[in-house]
Design a protein around this ligand. Structure first.
Ligand code: BV8
Ligand code: ZN
Length: 244
């Protein structure tokens, strides 16, 4: 992507910003091979995510919902963080005041944080993302809230209740501490760098407008485009490394 004036302006905004919140969506993982929710390939057996990622779907057919999550878990474990994940992790590790807040549940930001922190000999937590919607790599008990890493059994070892993916479904509240921290970070941010989200899922999509300035990176136009200070029309893998 040639250095357009917008890219030059965006780069200087990133350099001058003190505190930056990076808000990412499924688009940041598209070049890693993870299907987005609303783009092509986001479907599984002709189900839309909004039909399966709900408490009602899980209550009605837990096995079908688990089958979808196991398929997604297997898929993301075979994907690698891409240049955008690594560039964002490097940004967060190389200067203070940068926090990554993600809607994604694929764990790729965390993997990039570990890889970059190891390479830079830095403490990983600065690049660890705030996961607004949880992670499909974890499960939790539907009764006693025990959380498990990579589990295989469907029942809680402690209380015998059914396990569920440790994600926030449509119609469920986000963890108040997590969304509260994300809103505090966005309110205090000089810049919100929005990468790869269709900006239609709330409350996450409402974070960008809390920051003093917004830069958007997306191949398509979104509801944020008209209010963003700069909107870079390109993919995360191509644009984000040039921004950092
Ligand atoms: C809540 C975890 C309130 C699960 C997710 C009617 C009924 C029920 C609820 C609602 C309703 N109407 C509105 C709501 C609220 C609802 C909502 O906002 N719905 C939307 C669809 C209208 N929100 C909720 O339900 C939230 N909870 O509001 O609770 C409440 C109040 C009181 C009491 C009880 C409850 C919970 C929302 C969380 C849902 N869980 N995920 C799972 O993943 O299995 S959200 C899911 O969508 C993913 O996390 C995803 O990240 C998120 C947003 O999607 P995007 O990330 O933006 O992905 P998408 O595919 O849409 O877009 C990709 C973008 O990338 C595109 O713009 C594309 O152009 C771009 N792109 C493509 N390639 C690239 C790229 N960009 C860069 N580079 C590329 N290469
Ligand atoms: Zn339990």
């Amino acid at each position: 992507m040639e250095m357009t004036t917008d890219l030059v302006r965006a780069r200087s905004l990133v350099q001058r910003a003190g505190r930056i919140v990076v808000l990412t969506g499924a688009g940041v993982s598209a070049e890693s091979g993870v299907p987005t929710f609303r783009g092509a390939g986001g479907l599984w057996r002709n189900f839309r995510p909004e039909e399966l990622a709900t408490p009602e779907a899980f209550a009605r057919d837990p096995e079908l919902v688990w089958e979808w999550y196991r398929w997604r878990r297997e898929l993301v474990q075979n994907c690698e963080p891409n240049a955008a994940h690594h560039a964002l992790a490097t940004l967060a590790l190389s200067r203070d005041g940068v926090r990554i807040v993600t809607q994604n549940v694929d764990g790729l930001h965390a993997r990039a944080a570990v890889a970059r922190a190891t390479a830079l000999g830095a403490r990983v937590d600065a690049a660890f993302p705030l996961e607004l919607h949880g992670s499909i790599l974890r499960s939790r008990c539907t009764r006693c809230e025990t959380r498990l890493g990579d589990d295989t059994q469907a029942r809680c070892a402690r209380c015998g209740a059914r396990l569920r993916p440790d994600v926030v479904w449509f119609g469920e509240m986000l963890d108040p501490d997590v969304i509260g921290e994300a809103q505090r970070l966005a309110r205090n941010a000089d810049l919100c760098l929005v990468v790869g989200t269709s900006a239609i899922v709330y409350p996450a999509a409402g974070l960008a407008s809390l920051a003093r300035a917004v830069i958007e990176v997306n191949p398509d136009v979104t509801p944020l485009t008209s209010t963003a200070d700069i909107s870079l029309r390109g993919t995360a893998g191509a644009v984000v490394p040039q921004l950092i």
